[in-house]
Design a protein. Structure first.
Lengths: 111, 912
């Protein structure tokens, strides 16, 4: 999985995603007779963006992309691999040691 | 009773052992007689074939192994272009038989030559029938043909070296390589075609070799030194009998191309080859007389199917009455193959037992057993796939037997026979077990994987290309009672999420790739072979799994790993360590990484099906963050204990977070870890921690925040956490931890260490551990179960706000805790609410606190010195049990002293 082999997206609009995938399925004559029902995963099977808990993240193999595929739709943002992985690793802030942070800030003028 | 070779062939246990395939035959030797090894008084005759053309041929195991090549078109080994443009080179072929160095016609040893879609060639190395070596070299300026004199007839190895324009031919006749002849080349660099290198032919079909080859090696130098560019070693231990694909020593995937019913075969076991054609034009078989009448028996046959299995209703073994066919009602066909079904049969009744999908070359070798009695019959494949019948066989009465033929010599099976024996039907189940085990121990026919495993997703049996809903990957294993059904197919309907097979590995390209499998709850040992490592887990029988991915089953969808999968097996829970190791070794032999490397962030996160994790070597892993996070059913972590020790800066944060069933850990060596934040947090079943564990001992500035928070620890060894710099909440809410080791080293090899909330709400009742480098102690022991607090070293502390607040049982606070207090700075509120709510604290303890602070000679200033800037909050807050006595004179003296240094002393909410 690299930027050369894949494209990475953040989807914030389910309707746009459905437009993308429906057109993509039509362009590929899916479902076909070879056991493939759809081009991209169903919305619920893409990855929930842990930071927003509403957006979705997904990687698309470049080898499977057609020229006719239109990613230029509202709510479809292309990101790079690094951003994709960072977002998937995002965690809600843990309870910080506020006591320590406060003290470190207080110490700054001294040094 | 145990049954060994001597009893196997004694009259006491066997009157009718027919044969034991191959004991002394030479390579490709026609076999006219297969000796009956039975020694009983009722011993029958040998199996014979008087017509040379119909005699099976021996492919004996020579102790090392080899590739057998039949000389039939389509049978050769191939490797994707491994060479590059060769200048100087050494080409070597070992393990040749006599026929290979005196072939019937010009024969190819190795080549890189193709005229498909154009002309592409770099060389062909061949042997003339008279034994001369023929080397044809191709360069951009044309070709040249080089020839040696005839090599000795006892040559077993040939080596050709080119250095500049000098060609040297060497031969090995069993004494190592010696010079044989020389020649002169034009010295041109060879062409660099991106075409397969082929062993045993050129251009897929030309000048084919009939014989055997043990090894083919090519170096890109003329001295045979260093790592070769190609090393296809059929004698290597990772190459198994019957393999059709394997990774060779230089990493390339070798394919054994097979065609017809005398296919190229890697030989690692002695077999007797009955290479019968499908059209009935060959009648290779053996026949014999029992010398008595047989009406019942217990047959064991170890064999594999060749090509399409032979002609007609291909007989493996049949018995007939003298003069009768083997399909009459007095005869019995113990085993025949038809399409892919393996059956037994008797005339007038029909098929007795049937095994669907077994008579297939794809299944390799297996043991078929068949007990036939007058009113009951059973059969098994690899001690599984149990079939029964109660047909009436009372008419069966036979005097003759046939191997690979019917009574009249037709219906010939194409098989490699490894073992064949007929025992009385009266042998006990224990004796049958012993016979089966004897055969299996001798020939390694099947393992637990084959007979009793629940599934084996074998990458070599995955459909080539994308795995879809139709091109599914079956987890089928040969003869399994459990896995041989359609319910374990892996499929993927979404094009973008489909793994891809090349017939050797299944590649999962990204975190979307996975396969859907029908929901299963089988308990057992899951063995997973991948390019990231080879893993073994015990999985429970209660968590339903619906997905197969690179590391086994689903954990966290977003964190699926990418890589190559060589296979996934599920062995029963009863599998022994040897069984598991055998399965693991098979996958490693195919290329699965022995060990683990890389980033395993969240690799098994939320794998609630795992109950035991047998760790492989994980020395090269750089990131264990959340690796086993929320594996809520994980009870045992075993195996290798070195985690990331081969690299530095390893992250263990959240590694076992919320592994709520984990009851024990081995002495983990996580010495290069730098971050253990929440590593063992919420391991509520973990009551002890291994004394020998190494956490961050070879790192610096190590973080242990919340490392053991809310764990089930009841005791703790004197761990060396001397490189720790932050212990925020490290043992918070460890309510079962009643004591803390005085010898523990907490941040002692570093400075400015934080212990904020470290033991807050813990169960510790006393504390006696020096913390000489600690600077922050806010809420460190707040609301803990402390009863006493010893005179530990907290001399560098800059803030103790709420440190012992609400320690309701704290009675005894030792003298001299602050006597040596000498921090680099003092923070405002340093003692704010420090002993607030300590309702059990004795008056003596108040004296101890205040007199020791006074003894430290520290002023309520930013650096403790007189005359420096005062801190804003200089209060020393203490609550105590007034019933324990009045404040002493010494206390009052200390109060006066402290007030003179700018401190404000508040006891039981009264400012003194």
């Amino acid at each position: 999985m690299t930027d050369k082999t894949h494209r990475f997206f953040r989807f914030s609009n389910e309707a746009s995603y459905e437009t993308l995938t429906t057109a993509g399925n039509t362009a590929r004559s899916l479902p076909d007779d070879n056991g493939t029902e759809r081009w991209l995963a169903l919305w619920d099977n893409t990855f929930l963006d842990p930071e927003t808990s509403s957006d979705r993240l997904y990687c698309v193999k470049k080898s499977g992309i057609l020229e006719s595929d239109n990613f230029d739709l509202d709510g479809i943002e292309e990101i790079n691999l690094e951003t994709y992985l960072q977002r998937l690793r995002w965690e809600p802030p843990v309870e910080e040691d506020l006591e320590l942070l406060d003290e470190l800030n207080l110490e700054l003028p001294i040094h | 009773m145990a049954l060994n070779l001597s009893t196997l062939t004694s009259s006491a246990t066997s009157g009718d052992v027919l044969a034991e395939a191959l004991t002394t035959a030479d390579f490709l030797e026609p076999v006219p007689v297969l000796r009956n090894l039975a020694r009983g008084s009722q011993k029958g005759g040998d199996a014979k074939q008087g017509t040379a053309l119909n005699q099976p041929r021996a492919l004996p195991y020579d102790g090392k192994g080899y590739l057998y090549l039949s000389g039939v078109s389509g049978n050769y080994a191939s490797v994707p272009d491994p060479l590059g443009a060769l200048g100087d080179f050494t080409m070597q072929v070992d393990g040749l038989n006599a026929g290979a160095v005196r072939p019937d016609g010009l024969s190819t040893l190795i080549s890189q030559y193709s005229n498909s879609g154009g002309f592409f060639a770099s060389f062909i190395l061949r042997i003339y029938p008279d034994g001369r070596i023929l080397l044809v070299l191709y360069s951009n300026s044309g070709s040249e043909t080089l020839t040696s004199s005839a090599i000795p007839t006892n040559t077993i190895g040939i080596q050709v070296k080119r250095v500049g324009s000098n060609i040297l031919y060497l031969v090995d006749t069993g004494l190592g390589y010696n010079s044989h002849d020389t020649d002169t080349s034009n010295g041109n660099a060879l062409s660099n075609p991106s075409r397969d290198l082929q062993i045993g032919t050129f251009n897929n079909t030309g000048a084919r070799l009939k014989g055997k080859i043990g090894r083919a090696v090519i170096w890109n130098n003329g001295t045979a030194s260093g790592t070769p560019v190609l090393d296809v070693d059929f004698t290597a231990t990772n190459v198994r009998h019957g393999d059709t694909k394997f990774a060779c020593a230089t990493g390339q995937v070798v394919t054994i191309n097979q065609s017809g019913n005398d296919p190229a075969t890697v030989i690692k076991k002695s077999v007797l080859r009955f290479a019968n054609t499908p059209d009935g034009s060959s009648t290779i078989n053996l026949k014999g007389l029992f010398g008595q009448t047989i009406s019942e028996g217990y047959l064991f046959a170890g064999f594999s199917v060749l090509g399409d299995g032979g002609a007609g209703s291909s007989r493996i073994v049949s018995f007939n009455s003298t003069g009768a066919t083997d399909v009459s009602n007095v005869s019995y066909i113990a085993a025949y193959g038809d399409s892919t079904q393996l059956s037994s049969f008797t005339g007038g009744v029909g098929n007795i037992t049937q095994h669907v999908g077994i008579y297939d070359k794809a299944n390799g070798d297996f043991i078929f057993e068949n007990k036939f009695k007058a009113s009951s019959q059973i059969s098994r494949i690899n001690n599984a796939d149990f079939k029964t019948n109660t047909a009436n066989l009372s008419n069966v009465s036979t005097e003759e037997f046939n191997i690979a033929a019917n009574a009249t010599g037709g219906d010939n099976a194409a098989i490699d026979l490894e073992f064949l024996a007929l025992f009385p039907a009266s042998i006990t189940d224990d004796q049958a077990d012993s016979v089966r085990n004897y055969i299996n121990n001798r020939n390694n026919v099947f393992s637990l994987i084959d007979g009793f495993g629940y599934y084996f997703y074998d990458a070599q049996k995955a459909p080539v290309g994308n795995i879809t809903q139709f091109a599914v990957w079956s987890g089928r294993i040969v003869g399994s009672d459990n896995g041989d059904n359609t319910s374990i197919f892996g499929s993927q309907a979404t094009a973008n999420d489909q793994p891809v097979s090349d017939g050797y590995v299944v590649t999962f390209a990204d975190n979307s790739d996975h396969l859907d499998i029908p929901s299963t709850t089988q308990a057992g040992w899951q063995v997973v072979g991948t390019s990231l490592g080879t893993f073994v887990y015990r999985i429970n029988g209660t968590t339903a799994v619906t997905e197969l991915n690179l590391l086994g089953n689903l954990g966290s969808t977003a964190q699926r790993k990418a890589g190559d999968l060589y296979g996934v097996m599920l062995l029963p829970e009863s599998a022994t360590g040897a069984d598991i190791e055998s399965a693991r070794r098979l996958l490693i032999d195919r290329g699965s990484l022995d060990g683990v490397a890389g980033n395993f962030f969240a690799a098994w996160n939320n794998r609630t099906d795992i109950v035991e994790f047998k760790a492989p070597s994980m020395r090269a892993v750089t990131d264990f963050k959340s690796a086993w996070n929320s594996c809520t059913n994980l009870t045992t972590f075993s195996g290798a204990v070195e985690l990331g020790t081969g690299v530095s800066g390893v992250d263990f944060s959240y590694a076992f977070y919320n592994a709520t069933s984990l009851v024990s850990l081995p002495s983990l060596d996580a010495s290069t870890g730098t971050n253990f934040t929440s590593a063992f947090q919420q391991t509520t079943a973990l009551t002890s921690f291994p004394a020998g564990a190494k956490l961050g001992t070879e790192a610096s500035n190590v973080i242990f925040s919340s490392a053991f928070q809310s764990s089930g620890l009841t005791s703790l060894p004197a761990l060396d956490l001397s490189k720790g710099v932050n212990f925020f909440r490290a043992w918070r809410s460890t309510s079962s931890l009643t004591s803390f080791p005085s010898g523990a080293k907490l941040g002692t090899d570093t400075s400015n260490v934080t212990f904020n909330e470290a033991w807050r709400e813990s169960g510790i009742t006393s504390f006696n551990t020096d913390l000489p480098t600690g600077t922050f102690f806010s809420k460190a022991w707040r609301s803990s179960a402390l009863i006493s607090f010893s005179a530990v070293d907290v001399s560098k502390g800059t803030k103790f706000s709420e440190a012992w607040k609400d320690c309701l049982s704290l009675t005894d606070f030792s003298a001299d805790v602050f006597t040596d207090w000498n921090p680099s700075s003092i923070l405002s509120g340093v003692f704010d609410l420090a002993w607030d709510g300590c309702s059990a604290l004795s008056a003596l303890s108040v004296e101890n606190i205040l007199t020791s602070i006074a003894a430290s000679n520290q002023y309520a200033t930013v650096d403790g010195n007189s005359g420096s800037a005062a801190i804003a909050d200089a209060a020393i807050d203490i609550d105590y049990n007034a019933a324990s006595g009045s404040l002493s004179a010494a206390t009052n003296t200390a109060v006066s002293t402290l007030k003179g240094r700018g401190w404000s002393i508040i006891v039981n909410n009264v400012t003194l």
